[in-house]
Design a protein around this ligand. Structure first.
Ligand code: NCD
Length: 305
């Protein structure tokens, strides 16, 4: 039995196979419509979510399976003090696969250790978010045609943004990627990630100005300031509008630079950008469903001819 806790749980070859499967699903939906007949996905979400939970549920329903679960800790027995280990033992009796999101780093790993069914980490605190990374990689591969040879800028909350941590972690394995980290000093990428880049001799820059660096980028990954992970509201208020991507800044960007964002967006991308063909954050959401369909099939070891 296999779980997905971190993006590197899959080798580059396995990821390629997963993305090929996601592409086949995109173009041959009918072929997969009954692939998961009789199977049940549990979504155990101890933290808010719109896209991740609904895309998992939509993915399973489109594969012919069924879904159950809870959307907040307050509506589960966690509110009574139940541990994730006990919850997953219970869920293992009701479902074939589980996607779990939790505010505590490592909680899905604790669950996986006690689970009788595959567990997917759907985001653990400020740590990792592997299925968003699969979504991001499939989007880049589909729209750029490659996963190597580019300069990617990460902008915003690089300290608490788990989607940022997961994507950097995954990109380290591809050739000739340059990282430009754009953040205020208070929200820089954690040291453990910088150490990993140094260890692999991967070029990176840490800068503050988006305007000065946007012209160098092939991809711009914007992120929201993670209010829920701040220790005090004052710091959040001071930093929340530090970056706002608008038309004026986009004029300085390459004509084929893509703007990605895991969403939800708050103020960091002006809505005036939404119609720019380089803005692909809503395409990302669609790719997220296909890649989750591919992931469910892969972890349940279901083959469709
Ligand atoms: C992200 C998350 O939950 O980490 N959202 C998502 O899953 N697409 C990003 C965020 O909340 O800022």
């Amino acid at each position: 039995m296999r779980h997905l806790m971190r993006p590197l749980d899959f080798s580059v070859e396995e990821l390629n196979a997963l993305f090929d499967l996601a592409k086949d699903i995109e173009f041959n939906r009918a072929k997969y419509a009954h692939a998961c007949d009789g199977k049940i996905l549990a979504t155990c979400f101890y933290e808010p979510s719109t896209r991740t939970r609904l895309s998992f549920e939509s993915a399973m329903l489109s594969l012919g399976g069924q879904v159950l679960g809870f959307a907040s800790a307050s509506s589960s027995s966690a509110a009574k003090g139940e541990s994730v280990s006990d919850t997953i033992r219970t869920v293992s009796c009701f479902a074939d696969i589980c996607a779990m999101r939790h505010p505590k780093e490592g909680a899905p790993m604790v669950a996986a250790a006690k689970s009788k069914i595959p567990v997917i980490n759907a985001g653990d605190g400020g740590h990792q978010h592997p299925t968003q990374t699969l979504t991001d990689l499939l989007t880049i591969r589909s729209l750029k045609g490659r996963l190597d040879n580019f300069t990617i800028g990460f902008c915003g909350d690089l300290k608490f943004g788990r989607t940022v941590h997961s994507l950097i972690h995954a990109l380290v394995r591809y050739e000739n990627i340059n990282f430009v980290f754009i953040s205020p000093d208070e929200l820089k990428v954690p040291d453990y990630i910088i150490d990993e880049l140094k260890e692999h001799n991967i070029p990176y820059e840490e800068v503050i100005s988006l305007e000065e660096h946007i012209g160098e980028l092939d991809l711009l990954y914007m992120t929201r300031v993670q209010r829920e992970r701040f220790f005090n509201e004052e710091d959040y208020v001071r930093l929340k509008d530090f970056y706002i991507l608008d038309k004026k800044k986009m004029e300085k960007a390459k004509e084929d630079m893509l703007v990605l964002h895991p969403l939800p967006r708050v103020n960091e991308i002006s809505v005036e950008i939404d119609d720019d063909p380089r803005a692909v954050y809503f395409d990302q959401v669609q790719y997220g469903k296909y890649v989750r369909m591919a992931l469910i099939l892969t972890l349940l070891d279901i083959k469709v001819d």
